[in-house]
Ligand binder design. Structure first.
Ligand SMILES: [Ca+2]
Length: 166
């Protein structure tokens, strides 16, 4: 039991480091050994924290993973890993940017036991939260053009302001 399978896996996993805590206003990270192939059995978590009242946007570039999205994939969480909802799963060939609702975002990279590819690189930046766009779709409409639909009964009046309709 002392030198069982789990111990061997731990030693293998310790041959490289991946993931980490990123607290600069912007930065970048990539899969282990990028642009070389990533290892099997990777489980990397990047926690990104920027200053309060800012939000995190991550941009994925050059995503080359084992196809199928169930073997090797990237997950983006809207806040700290383990306690936050999944924003999206990023799969082979994907690209695009995703923004958190708070000043915290986490990204996890998973690979299974076989077939590796080049992996990915990602950039992130922070931008100020705008209270008028973060509370609800109606709050968003309040700051924008008239005619937007609101679910809580707010409608524009003739002066371009909004008031509650009952
Ligand atoms: Ca794989």
């Amino acid at each position: 039991m002392l030198w069982g399978h789990q111990d061997a896996c731990f030693v293998l996993a310790a041959n490289y480091s991946c993931g980490g805590f990123l607290n600069q206003p912007s930065g970048h990270f990539s899969s282990p050994f990028y642009p070389g192939n990533y290892p099997n059995n990777a489980n990397c978590v990047w926690d990104i924290e920027v200053q309060s009242n800012y939000r995190v946007t991550v941009i994925f570039r050059d995503v080359q993973l084992e196809g199928g999205c169930n073997y090797d994939y990237i997950e983006v969480f809207d806040g700290p890993y383990h306690s936050s909802p999944l924003i999206t799963r990023v799969c082979d060939g994907a690209s695009g940017s995703f923004t958190s609702s708070s000043n915290f975002m986490s990204i996890r990279f998973i690979s299974d036991h076989s077939i590796t590819k080049r992996g990915f690189r990602a950039e992130y930046y922070s931008s100020p939260s705008n209270d008028s766009t973060s509370k609800s779709p109606c709050a968003n409409a309040l700051g924008g053009l008239s005619g937007g639909h609101c679910d809580d009964g707010l409608r524009p009046n003739t002066f371009g302001f909004y008031r509650k309709m009952n």
